[in-house]
Ligand binder design. Structure first.
Ligand code: NAD
Length: 295
């Protein structure tokens, strides 16, 4: 099976590498060719456009930042849809808008192409280790056909409904996780400002009811003053916006989500759009005159 992968970024470079290392014939494309160099050195082939990827592959994955990037990649003059063929499968692994995926899936169906959305959780570490959770929306027969390829990237595959449903699950997860990220930052600034040692506080919360995945990252990020991505603030802002849009679509009020959006907006305004998402603590640290560090 010839496989294409479009978007060789923080996530895509690991996911596509794992496909290649499993022995598949892999063709890659990114707007920036330099992103592809390590994989080309390992034997992947390069294509100049998504259209060329679609022409030469029967299964294509993408991992791109925003719904706009995905629409441009699919519908542009040299887009995927200009090259895809009857019987092909296209799997978008980005965190995307469910309505964008539904539209692409409906258009692709007219050309005999099956679209799955398969967003992932587990971060860049999970992508590197092939331990991602993969939430799959769309035709289950197509999903079964590519199960072995998905398992090169993830350890657990969840079929969750029609195309778009994968992203509904992913956006719910990120709504919860980004709220944990913001409240953990607030809690630690409060504790440290009030005189508690951050490491001691972390050990207490780790075995208490406030424990959460985001706070578990602190020893490698916040405590060391390491705010390199990982998962960029700009992408987190995109995800909270998509979750709030989903809330509007289904008429579900999300007041905590609105507050998280404001936190991310403040972090972007402070100049940290390309930092890792733990950087939401930085504006509050500045305001309060403390640093949550163990250095
Ligand atoms: P990234 O910005 O590091 O990488 C995206 C890549 O896509 C870049 O190399 C960029 O050049 C390329 N690209 C953009 N538009 C393109 C186009 N039209 N055609 C071809 N290439 C294009 O982003 P990332 O962190 O790898 O995230 C990718 C997706 O995965 C996002 O939707 C993100 O929300 C999601 N995600 C990220 C993480 C994480 O920890 N980074 C975790 C889970 C999910």
């Amino acid at each position: 099976m010839k496989i294409g992968f479009i978007g060789i970024g923080q996530m895509g470079r690991h996911m596509s590498r794992r496909i290649l290392e499993a022995g598949y014939d892999l063709t890659i494309h990114d707007l920036k060719k330099e992103a592809a160099v390590p994989l080309l050195e390992k034997g992947a082939k390069w294509s100049n456009s998504p259209k060329e990827v679609a022409k030469s592959c029967e299964l294509v994955f993408s991992s791109l930042p925003t719904p706009q990037n995905i629409e441009e990649m699919v519908y542009g003059d040299s887009g995927l849809s200009k090259g895809w063929k009857k019987g092909d499968i296209y799997v978008d692994m980005s965190t995307n808008s469910p309505s964008t995926i539904r539209k692409i899936a409906a258009d692709a169906k007219k050309a005999g192409v099956t679209v799955l959305d398969a967003p992932v959780s587990g971060g860049t570490k999970g992508a590197d280790a092939g331990t991602l959770a993969i939430m799959v929306g769309g035709d289950t027969a197509a999903m079964e056909k590519i199960r072995d390829v998905l398992l090169t990237m993830g350890k657990k595959i969840f079929p969750v409904g029609d195309a778009g449903c994968g992203n509904i699950c992913k956006l719910v997860n990120n709504l919860i996780s980004l709220a944990c990220n913001s409240i953990s930052a607030e809690g630690f600034v409060l504790g440290v400002k009030a005189g508690i040692d951050p490491q001691t506080l972390w050990e207490i919360v780790s075995m208490s009811t406030g424990n959460n995945w985001c706070m578990q990252q602190f020893p490698n990020t916040t405590f060391k003053g390491n705010f390199e991505p990982g998962f960029r603030v700009g992408l987190a802002y995109k995800d909270i916006g998509l979750a709030l849009d989903l809330g509007k679509e289904y008429k579900v009020p999300l007041p905590v989500g609105e507050t998280v959006k404001k936190d991310l907006q403040d972090t972007i305004a402070a100049g940290f759009i390309d930092k890792g998402v733990d950087a939401v603590i930085l504006p509050l640290e500045k305001e309060c005159g403390v640093k949550v560090r163990t250095l």
